[in-house]
Design a protein around this ligand. Structure first.
Ligand SMILES: [Zn+2]
Length: 111
């Protein structure tokens, strides 16, 4: 494996670990809202639900990013990293620098 690819791999693994860490520390926020109506007003219940909704949305985005990263790591292992998964063309290095986990070349991403 080339040094550059090694670096990309390390970077992707770092990102993956960070996403997993964030998923762990935000667990509480995503729990179903169970508030005692008698103790908290309607408004704070809505607040709590909004917080949960946001936390769930962030988690969904993290899941998608995580899958993207895992897929990129597999492509590195299989020697297919840097090639568009749709058309097979080489992905511009600039694009990969910007988003190392991207599976598509600029043409395929844009269509
Ligand atoms: Zn493509």
């Amino acid at each position: 494996m080339s040094k550059k690819l090694d670096r990309v791999k390390a970077q992707l693994e770092d990102e993956r670990d960070e996403i997993k860490r964030l998923a762990e520390v935000t667990k509480e926020d995503r729990k179903p809202v169970e508030l005692d109506q008698a103790q908290v007003g309607r408004l704070s219940r809505m607040d709590a639900m909004q917080v949960q909704e946001m936390a769930l949305e962030q988690e969904r985005r993290r899941e998608i990013e995580l899958q993207k990263i895992e897929a990129a790591l597999i492509r590195i292992e299989e020697g297919e990293y840097g090639y568009c998964t749709r058309c097979g063309e080489v992905i511009w290095p600039k694009r990969l620098n910007f988003d190392p986990a991207t599976p598509l070349c600029v043409d395929c991403a844009g269509s």
